[in-house]
Design a protein around this ligand. Structure first.
Ligand code: P71
Length: 457
């Protein structure tokens, strides 16, 4: 397949610092073999996350200059509101400074202790916010979604039988809402099909349970529907989005992903009473309802970013760039999660480093190696992030998947950067038997992966 050229010209550049292997070896050791502790200036290609790391367009930067910083009723808020209503179709729009606050506000209003919230797979912040309100997060993705080698066009789909069983088991009284994460980040950035969305919507409606989207990467999901699902080839991304959201009662959104901005988020919700309750809390936590923790210029950048992200040339390039990296790695025999998702390639560390047992953190060992050998920062999504002691037996429970995520920031790196990344990983793969396991020397009681210190065995 022919991969498209960048559908943009570069007007502003930021130099990338070179570092030597010797320097990086010293830095990673000082960082306790944790890439979160490395200064970003010492990274050559930063694939830690695609969140808030995208490049804004000239049009977005121009919008920043007409930011109206009035406390109440900023003109940029009205542009923000109108844009979101036209794309998402929800009746009420509530700005927040990022996605997790939208989640916190929604669950504060809708959840009571003991409630259950089904999702395809909850992202960490959603899971943590559900638990914070005394709720129980349920992951109901189809079984294929948990098998890294299984090629399926919509691996983010929710299993309808699992959903029906959950409703039967807990009753609609204990399920205040059902969520769908598009695309499904924790499962490899995999899309959910329109057919599945319709089925989920039909199932929950029958019981009067509201459906909400975690809409971070909605445009990438719409692109996959257009490409892969029958009946959508001739529809615009905007039409696909409007249909998708028409099946839901609301959404939470981190605009740091498909909003193409460095900071921003919002809630969309149809029900006026829920919107009112959320707004009351918003004033307490984020600010007045027409800015919600954002400055006027930020609201303008989100409004403009949300329009740009619907451009088919942009989306085609975006998803192709991620696939291009996946294809280069697959051709060289490097094990990755298949198919590649919308925003990232996920290396399968269990297969990459079969000589390192899971209790020696193969995903983290590979992450360390990517930095030391090539200056690439990835993120471990495996036993360092998820392994935990069983409350009853005290035995360690390890996650099924041991992955290293290479998240691609939007419009930031060129295809030649991607060639560099693939080339470096292929070289590391050739001498993978030299990579050593790790051992924890410090860990925090929760979310240990951010601050853990380790040493090489
Ligand atoms: C990603 C992130 C950013 C992140 C957050 C926490 C730990 C590590 C990295 C954020 C998401 C997301 C989904 C599906 C909600 C949020 C929170 N993703 N839902 O993938 O992917 O949004 O960061 O704006 O609060 O690196 P927020």
């Amino acid at each position: 397949m022919q991969f498209p050229a960048e559908p943009f010209k570069i007007k502003v550049v930021e130099p990338i610092n070179r570092t030597t292997r010797e320097e990086r070896a010293k830095l990673i050791e000082e960082a306790g073999f944790n890439v979160f502790a490395i200064p970003a200036e010492k990274i050559m290609i930063d694939l830690l996350t695609d969140s808030g790391t995208s490049a804004m367009s000239d049009n977005q930067w121009a919008g920043m200059m007409i930011g109206d910083e009035s406390y109440a009723g900023s003109r940029n808020y009205f542009h923000f509101e109108k844009t979101i209503k036209s794309i998402f179709g929800f009746k009420n729009v509530i700005p927040t400074h990022q996605g997790r606050v939208a989640e916190n506000l929604l669950f504060s209003v809708m959840l009571k202790p003991g409630d259950v919230v089904p999702n395809n797979i909850h992202f960490d912040t959603t899971r943590a916010n559900v638990e914070h309100k005394g709720g129980q997060p349920l992951d109901l993705v189809i079984d294929e979604g948990l098998d890294p080698t299984y090629d399926h066009p919509f691996k983010g789909n929710m299993d309808i039988e699992k959903l029906k069983n959950a409703i039967r088991k807990y009753g609609k009284e204990r399920i205040p809402l059902v969520m769908l994460t598009v695309t499904n980040n924790s499962g490899g950035g995999q899309p959910v099909s329109m057919e599945n969305i319709r089925q989920v919507s039909r199932t929950v409606k029958k019981h009067g349970i509201p459906l909400f989207f975690d809409a971070c990467r909605f445009a990438e999901n719409c692109y996959f529907i257009k490409q892969r699902e029958q009946g959508y080839r001739d529809k615009s991304i905007s039409d696909v989005a409007l249909e998708m959201f028409s099946y839901a009662d609301g959404c939470t959104m981190s605009a740091k992903k498909d909003g193409l901005v460095n900071m921003g988020g919002f809630l969309g919700v149809n029900d006026d009473r829920i919107a009112q309750n959320i707004t009351n809390l918003l004033i307490l936590m984020e600010g007045f309802p027409t800015y919600g923790g954002l400055s006027g210029r930020d609201l303008e950048a989100v409004a403009r970013g949300l329009k740009e992200v619907l451009n088919i040339d942009y989306l085609h390039y975006r998803v192709s760039q991620v696939r291009y990296l996946g294809d280069l790695l697959t051709k060289a025999g490097v094990p990755i999660v298949k198919p590649t998702g919308g925003h990232a390639v996920y290396l399968n560390a269990k297969e990459f480093l079969p000589h390192i047992p899971q209790e020696q953190f193969p995903g983290q060992a590979l992450t360390v190696s990517l930095y030391r050998e090539a200056g690439i920062r990835a993120v471990e999504i495996g036993s360092l992030m998820f392994a935990h002691k069983d409350a009853e037996t005290g035995k360690m429970i390890y996650p099924e998947l041991e992955l290293v995520r290479l998240a691609i920031p939007r419009r930031v790196y060129t295809m030649q950067h991607i060639n560099y990344v693939a080339g470096a990983i292929v070289e590391i793969f050739k001498s993978r038997d030299k990579i050593r396991g790790l051992q924890i020397i410090y860990e925090a009681p929760v979310l240990r992966h951010f601050t853990a210190k380790l040493k090489e065995i």
